[in-house]
Design a binder for this molecule. Sequence first.
Ligand SMILES: NC(=O)c1ccc[n+]([C@@H]2O[C@H](COP(=O)([O-])OP(=O)(O)OC[C@H]3O[C@@H](n4cnc5c(N)ncnc54)[C@H](OP(=O)(O)O)[C@@H]3O)[C@@H](O)[C@H]2O)c1
Length: 327
Amino acid sequence: MTTAKAVRLEAYGAPDVMQVVTVDVASPSAGEAQVRHTAIGFNYIDVYQRSGLYKIPLPSGLGFEAVGVVEAVGPDVTDVSVGDRVAYINAGGVGSYSTLRNVPAEKLVKIPATVSDEQAAALIFKGMTAQYLVRKTHAIKPGDLVVIHAAAGGVGQILVRWARALGATVVGTAGGPAKVARVLEIGAHHAIDYNKPDWVETLLAETGGRKARVVYDSVGKATFLKSLDITAPFGLVALYGNASGPVEPFDLGLLNSKGCLYVTRPSIFPHNSTTALLRENAADLFDAIALGHVGVDIGARFKLDDIVAAHTAAEARATTGAILIQP
Ligand SMILES: NC(=O)c1ccc[n+]([C@@H]2O[C@H](COP(=O)([O-])OP(=O)(O)OC[C@H]3O[C@@H](n4cnc5c(N)ncnc54)[C@H](OP(=O)(O)O)[C@@H]3O)[C@@H](O)[C@H]2O)c1
């Protein structure tokens, strides 16, 4: 038995419902590995769970993703060993906002020596999201016109780089001139400030009236109906997040009148539901990192003790790239 620091949630609400407490951690059981975290990734889903938009049983820990070193393994664990550098996107539930934790060994991926712990924590959850979006939700082909909302954010930056590497014409949207400038710097062909009311017209003027083969929309309520307006006939709106709030019910007839559009609401978890899928998709991501096809700015670092400030900054749209939490 040892102890760890961990974030605890007793109620849903504003960032200050999160408390940092000391918890007991038992020796790992059969099939488990004990991981000493070295870097923790903030992901926007953590906000949805803390606020209560996505319900989790309370009281609860928080956080899906972390990187660390295996300190001990339980009986029957053969696929990781003490000393391995590992990462996970979902260790069978929340709790990555902590210094040390027991997790099912089958949920771990080993990190290549060329990828630092910080890079891994910035890229695993968000990169595995981009991976299924560009490979499976819509397999991007050279010449596709792709629109990526919140393109200066964590997943957004990775999508911009990956879509560009796959040969797409990339349009990124972001809030405000500084983020728009960064979206262009990282490789988008066009960047649009969607805080401006006429952003749809501006986007279509930039593309010469051409609409998107796929719109990757993680903003939700504020952008969704406009995403339908910038999608080409038979194109796809992949609604993969709701940073501005959940999309309200809408008339499916709109999909007909706007040109036989498709809409999907995908998630990282079914795409990585088995150990084989998880490790195959992670290998694809690590290959893309090695080729220089993906990357993300580390926009901010917060100590685990300052977790309230991390969530406050994220919700204020005050960050670009990935936010890291230091255990
Ligand atoms: N379905 C999945 O499998 C999956 C997996 C991972 C992430 N996601 C989704 O992907 C999105 C990006 O995640 P992330 O962790 O990388 O976060 P992030 O993009 O770094 O942060 C969210 C961004 O959304 C934009 N935004 C627009 N309206 C907002 C509002 N009202 N409040 C807050 N932010 C707003 C902001 O950028 P601007 O200031 O430029 O508008 C903000 O920086 C999130 O929606 C998340 O839920 C989905």
